[in-house]
Write a new protein. Structure first.
Length: 405
């Protein structure tokens, strides 16, 4: 699941805000005042005050950003957009309305690993970057502006990676990181920016060791994980995103028990987050906890009935149960969904080929493997097709069909 790492860069933008339980029901609960009065000034919670001091911004702005992000993580997208827009009206030049649109659109795309909202995302991202670049030349709010520029440009890099433009993605990653020293110069104690360092250090090392066409680097994975853990514990905005980003790292490290616990920890705070539920179910699949995975996927569809990618994973689940008829129903449902990328079409037909193998429908299996290769030339589809043809020659089709996934 090498595509999983893409989600971790999204988290650097602040999409997963840490809002303590006492703050989750109402924006006023970021205030510590027990006896609110019209004349009284609000007494803000410790994270809000700390963030305001570190960023040299008002507590009202920090609180508003946290509330807007909390809506986002709870998958209340309309509420998030409305909250960001209101905050932008109160604090012009912060670009938070466009930033909010970027985060909502990317969250919707990440839910399905799709590029469905590509054009709208690019427009909102360009507007936000233009605004922040201009404002960064004016005194005031420099830490916020460079923090957001680092996240937005880094996210552009991830978008390029999803299009398999890896060198362009790496260039944008370097460009994003150039804003990090500016954040530290204006807000030396602002720990959230360390998440960008941590994710970059970890994934730069992991990906350059895997893809030989990328430049090689010293292994900084341990340093990167330590930086992510620091933000998890001390971040103003990015505690849960730091924690969730570890899911992708634990997948890379093949420590799926830790990945699953990460998802469970985030689910306590944000039970309806579709991205977290999908990752939880996928990790349960990897651990072959099929009944638990099925419950998670059903929960995901209850939260987001329009979710598409889950049908592919439900098909894979049924294949692992050796229930090919049910697998084909789920895979054909997914196949009819819009906005599928070439690799997703290829994967779907590859899995359909496996289902037909389980049904001993060898001609149909061969046809599906061919369609998979036509959509995207993958080594596993080629290997499956070669194995099928060899079994035909050797008279061992029944043995091939009986192999467990």
């Amino acid at each position: 699941m090498t595509s999983l790492w893409l989600g971790s860069w999204l988290l650097t933008t602040g999409a997963w805000a840490e809002v303590p339980a006492a703050e989750q029901t109402s924006p006023v609960e970021d205030q510590a005042s027990a006896e609110p009065a019209a004349e009284a000034s609000p007494v803000w919670s410790e994270p809000v005050l700390r963030g305001a001091e570190q960023l040299s911004m008002s507590p009202e702005f920090v609180h508003g950003a946290r509330v807007s992000l909390d809506h986002l993580f709870h998958r209340r997208y309309d509420d998030s957009l409305r909250s960001f827009s209101e905050l932008d009206g109160a604090y012009p030049g912060t670009a938070v309305a466009d930033i909010g649109e970027v985060l909502v659109l990317q969250s919707r795309m990440l839910e399905n690993f799709s590029l469905e909202h590509d054009a709208a995302y690019r427009e909102a991202s360009d507007r936000a970057i233009d605004t922040l670049t201009a404002q960064a030349k004016v005194e005031g709010n420099e830490a916020w502006e460079h923090f957001m520029l680092a996240g937005l440009i880094g996210l552009k890099g991830i978008h390029e990676a999803r299009l398999e433009n890896y060198m362009s993605a790496l260039k944008l990653a370097f460009e994003a990181l150039r804003h990090v020293p500016d954040v530290r110069r204006h807000a030396p104690d602002f720990v959230d920016i360390t998440l960008a360092d941590g994710l970059y250090n970890y994934w730069r090392s992991a990906l350059s060791s895997r893809y030989k066409f990328l430049p090689s680097f010293d292994d900084a994975r341990e340093e990167g994980l330590a930086q992510v853990h620091q933000v998890e514990e001390e971040g103003i905005f990015l505690g849960p995103p730091a924690r969730l980003s570890l899911t992708f790292s634990w997948w890379e490290e093949k420590d799926h028990e830790k990945a699953l616990q990460t998802c469970k920890d985030n689910e306590v705070l944000y039970p309806d987050n579709a991205i977290n539920l999908m990752l939880k179910g996928l990790t349960q699949l990897k651990l072959r906890r099929l009944d638990a995975a099925e419950k998670t996927f059903d929960r995901l569809l209850a939260v987001a009935p329009e979710h598409r990618r889950v049908h592919y994973y439900k098909g894979l689940l049924q294949l692992l149960r050796s229930e090919p008829e049910a697998a084909l129903v789920a895979l054909e449902t997914y196949e009819e969904m819009p906005y599928l990328q070439d690799y997703q079409v290829a994967d779907t037909h590859y899995r359909k080929g496996q289902a037909y193998l389980q049904l001993h429908a060898f001609e149909q299996a061969e046809s599906e493997f061919k369609v998979s290769l036509k959509a995207k030339n993958t080594s596993r589809a080629k290997a499956a097709l070669d194995a099928l043809r060899k079994a035909k020659r050797d008279g061992t089709l029944e043995q091939l069909a009986g192999k467990k996934l």
